[in-house]
Write a protein that binds this ligand. Structure first.
Ligand SMILES: *Cc1c(COP(=O)(O)O)cnc(C)c1O
Length: 393
C-alpha cells in the first residue's frame, strides 16, 4: 500500500517547546524557495541580522542563526571558545547545565561544576567562591532560563562576577529570548545562544547566536583549529559576515529562515517590553488558577520563569495518565519532568504564541476536568475564575 501524505492533528502546545507556531510563520515557510546566494535572499539575511540584534538587545556584528536546533547553538559557543586545557566554570541548576559540562569535556576543556538546587536560581556567591578557588578559569557558563525546572537566574550579576575574575561568559538563553528580559549588551554577555521554538514561536531547527568583540578576539587568537568544520565561526562568517562578499559555506535552510524572519517581525511589532509583560501576566493568571485549585509551584515566585511553570504532581496522582488524557481528550500537550524531576512535576509552557489568556483558561479547564476524573485531591471549578480576576486587573 502506498504511504499517503502526512497530516498532523491540531494540538495546543503548552509544554517546554515547541510552542504553537503562529499561522503567519507557517505561511512564511511556504513561500517560494530561492537560491541562498540570490541578492534578494542576501537582503533578507541582512534584515535577519538586524532583527536578531534587536531581539538580543545587542550591537554585536557576529549575530546570526546557526542552521540547526538550540543544541547546535550551544555547541557552536563551546567549540569556538573552549580550547583544550581551558578551565570552564559551569553553574548547574538543572538538566541543561549538565549538557554544558559534556560540551566542555568534549572540547578538551576542564569543567569545574558549581551545583545549585534544582528549582532554584543559581547562587552568585557560589560562583564567586568557585572563581576565587580557580584563578586559572577562563570561561563561566550558565543557563539563564532553566527549562527543566522553570527557574530564572540573575544573568546580569553572574556575568559581572565572571568579568571581575577576567572570565568570558557563555549564556544559554534558549527559553528566555522573547519571553523574559534579556539584554546582551546591557549585561555584557560575551557569547549567547538561543532557539526558535520556545518564546519566538517559530518552528524548531535554528539557533540564534551572538558573540561580542571580546569573544571574537578569543576565537581569532585560538592556538588550535576549531574541532568542528561546520561550526567554526571563522568559516561561517564568510557567509553571514558583514562587509566581505558572501561565499558558499553550507546551503542555508532557506524556507526555515523565512519563518524565523517572520517570527522576529512579529516580535518587533509587539515590542520586546510588551512581549515580556504578556508572558508575565499570563504566568500570574495561570499561577492564580492552579493555586486556587490547590496545586503548588516548584519554584519560588521571585525566581520563577513566566514561560515555564513547573507544578508539583499531587501525591497519588498518575502524572503520565494526566498528560495522556489532556492530549487525547483536550488536544493539549503539557510537559513531563526531565532528569531528576521526572515523575515529580508537570511543566506547563506559556511560550510565545502559546502565552495567551485563552490558553491559560483552556489549560485550567482541561486540568480541572482530567484531575477530577482521576479523583485527584483538588478544588473543582475554581481555577478559571481565579485566573480571570487576575487577567482583568
Ligand atoms: C530547549 C533547550 C535546549 C535545547 O534546544 P534544542 O532546540 O532542543 O536543541 C537547550 N537549553 C535550554 C535551556 C532549552 O530550553
Amino acid at each position: 500500500m502506498a504511504i499517503k501524505s502526512f497530516h498532523p492533528p491540531q494540538r495546543v502546545l503548552m509544554g517546554p517547546g515547541p510552542s504553537d507556531v503562529s499561522p503567519r510563520v507557517l505561511e512564511a515557510l511556504s513561500r517560494p524557495t530561492i537560491g541562498h546566494l540570490d541578492p534578494v535572499f542576501i537582503t533578507m539575511m541582512d534584515e535577519m541580522k538586524t532583527l536578531l540584534k534587536f531581539a538580543f538587545q545587542t550591537e554585536n556584528e557576529l549575530t546570526m542563526p546557526v542552521s540547526a536546533p538550540g543544541s547546535a547553538g550551544m555547541e557552536t559557543c563551546f567549540v569556538n571558545l573552549v580550547e583544550p586545557g581551558d578551565k570552564v566554570i559551569v553553574c548547574q541548576n538543572g538538566v541543561f547545565g549538565g549538557r554544558m559540562k559534556e560540551n566542555v569535556e568534549r572540547c578538551g576543556g576542564i569543567a569545574v561544576m558549581v551545583q545549585d538546587e534544582w528549582g532554584r536560581a543559581i547562587d552568585p556567591q557560589k560562583l564567586e567562591d568557585a572563581l576565587k578557588a580557580n584563578p586559572d578559569a577562563r570561561i563561566v557558563a550558565f543557563v539563564h532560563a532553566e527549562t527543566s525546572t522553570g527557574a530564572q537566574s540573575d544573568a546580569k550579576t553572574l556575568v559581572e562576577i565572571a568579568h571581575k575574575y577576567d572570565c568570558l561568559t557563555i549564556v544559554d538563553a534558549i527559553t528566555s529570548l522573547g519571553g523574559t528580559p534579556l539584554n546582551v549588551d546591557g549585561w555584557n554577555i560575551d557569547a549567547v545562544y538561543s532557539g526558535t521554538q520556545k518564546c519566538l514561536s517559530c518552528t524548531p531547527g535554528l539557533s540564534p547566536v551572538s558573540f561580542n568583540p571580546r569573544a571574537q578576539e578569543k576565537i581569532r587568537s585560538r592556538k588550535t583549529k576549531v574541532q568542528s568544520w561546520f561550526m567554526d565561526l571563522n568559516l561561517v562568517m564568510g557567509y553571514w559576515g558583514g562587509a566581505t562578499k558572501r561565499a558558499y559555506h553550507h546551503t542555508a535552510p532557506i524556507n526555515a529562515l523565512y519563518g524565523l524572519h517572520e517570527a522576529l517581525v512579529i516580535l518587533q511589532e509587539e515590542g520586546l517590553k510588551n512581549a515580556w509583560a504578556r508572558h508575565h501576566k499570563n504566568h500570574l493568571a495561570l499561577r492564580a488558577g492552579l493555586e486556587a485549585m490547590g496545586l503548588n509551584f516548584m519554584v519560588p515566585e521571585a525566581e520563577c520563569l513566566p514561560q515555564l511553570n513547573a507544578i508539583i504532581v499531587p501525591e497519588g496522582v498518575d502524572e503520565a495518565a494526566v498528560r495522556s488524557l489532556l492530549l487525547s481528550e483536550h488536544k493539549l500537550e503539557i510537559g513531563a519532568g526531565l532528569g531528576a524531576m521526572a515523575g515529580k512535576v508537570w511543566r506547563i509552557g506559556l511560550m510565545g504564541h502559546s502565552s495567551s489568556p485563552s490558553n491559560v483558561r483552556l489549560c485550567l479547564n482541561a486540568l480541572d476536568d482530567v484531575l477530577v476524573r482521576l479523583k485527584a485531591p483538588i478544588r473543582h471549578g475554581v481555577g478559571v475564575e481565579a485566573a480571570n480576576r487576575l487577567l482583568a486587573s
